[in-house]
Design a binder for this molecule. Structure first.
Ligand SMILES: *Cc1c(COP(=O)(O)O)cnc(C)c1O
Length: 362
């Protein structure tokens, strides 16, 4: 008897493994596994979320019009070329579904964000990993990986979990090297944290080239991960294709209301950046001072190297015993590293103390 069978690819994809948020037997662990904002959401966003409680019987605005206007206003962009999604994860899915199918290739960087590969596989497309140099996206390797079947290239900039970034000249070199029919997706989930003169999130590239998309999220600096909200900016034809595939009410009213308040609360963003600037440097230097490798990061997390996978496993177990939840990144082909979010001041000290404690056990 033939049983119903999912389409090619669906059962082949590895499951996405989210960062842990709980530790058995520890009441208030330092949750440093998901790059969430340690300062939490904007109070304005929380207020807007609460205000919507009495209207839960109403469908959301399917076009997220007010939210797109607010995003456009704050970023100086045309709202007609913005699309909102249930997290940028949904937008990644819409892009791959719109532009790739069975037999097509989706190119990404070897240690790039996991959802590009996973989503390509579930869509029946073939993921193609380009090697990296120094845990950084390698433009030449990406261009070499692009072939006649390539439909999309995904770059997380800065990249999670490595924390490294491509400067504007490298991004431009990548775009100019791509065939014009290949869509280049710049996933700038951590853009707000980057304070480098040679970095931009990518809106200018969208304006300059017909085949570029920029993705952003409210899950990281805006502290709204629970609500699932992301947005994309692209030329009108790309937005149109994505709108045809998305479900009509993909973004909840709560997410829209909180998002509008959050993006207008520039003081909260500034405070979050200030906190991160201070503690990213402190964590990096202090942990290097302990003799461990810390990959240079421009995001709100660091990648700590332990030399080999076994030692890394022991370190992770010790951190957990101290109430620190790090993120193992074996799924990114980096089994000898742990990723740690820049937490509150107290959590940063907990991380360093736990690492010191681990080294003392050796
Ligand atoms: C966290 C993250 C996202 C996912 O964001 P959501 O908006 O929560 O779906 C996308 N890209 C990268 C690189 C991330 O690290």
């Amino acid at each position: 008897m033939m049983r119903p069978t999912p389409k090619p690819g669906v059962m082949d994809a590895p499951l996405y493994v989210p960062g842990d948020h709980k530790l058995e037997g520890i009441d208030e662990p330092a949750i440093l596994s998901a790059n969430e904002n340690p300062l939490g959401p904007s109070a304005e966003a929380v207020g807007a979320f609460r205000d919507g409680a009495e209207k839960l019987h109403r469908y959301p605005d399917g076009g997220a019009n007010e939210l797109r206007r607010a995003i456009g206003e704050v970023n100086g962009l045309d709202p007609n070329r913005i699309i909102c999604g249930a997290g940028s994860d949904e937008l990644i899915t819409l892009l791959i579904r719109a532009y790739a199918g069975v037999g097509d290739e989706v190119v990404y960087s070897k240690h790039g964000f996991a959802m590009y590969r996973i989503t390509a596989i579930t869509t029946g497309a073939t993921p193609v990993a380009a090697p990296e140099k120094n845990l950084t996206t390698d433009v030449d390797a990406i261009l070499a990986a692009v072939g006649p079947q390539t439909k999309l290239v995904f770059i997380a900039n800065p990249n999670n979990p490595t924390g490294t970034y491509l400067d504007d000249s490298e991004v431009r070199r990548l775009i100019e090297g791509l065939p014009s029919h290949v869509l280049c997706v710049l996933d700038a989930a951590y853009a707000e944290y980057v304070s480098r003169n040679d970095y931009s999130a990518g809106a200018g590239f969208v304006d300059d080239y017909d085949n570029v998309v920029m993705l952003r999220t409210f899950s990281k600096i805006y502290g709204l991960a629970a609500l699932r909200l992301g947005w994309g900016y692209a030329r009108a034809e790309v937005i149109d294709a994505m709108n045809r595939l998305r479900s009509p009410f993909n973004v909840s009213s709560a997410a829209q209301a909180a998002g509008i308040a959050a993006i207008r609360d520039t003081a909260h963003v500034a405070e979050s950046v200030r906190h991160n600037d201070e503690w990213l440097v402190w964590l990096t230097e202090t942990i290097r001072g302990l003799g461990l490798e810390v990959n240079p990061s421009v995001g709100n997390f660091i990648l700590v190297g332990f030399g080999d996978a076994d030692r890394c496993k022991r370190a992770n177990a010790f951190l957990e015993s101290q109430g620190v939840i790090a993120r193992g990144v074996g799924g990114y082909d980096l089994p000898e590293y742990l990723r740690l979010t820049v937490g509150t001041e107290k959590e940063c000290h907990m991380s360093v103390d736990a690492l010191k404690g681990f080294l003392a056990t050796e």
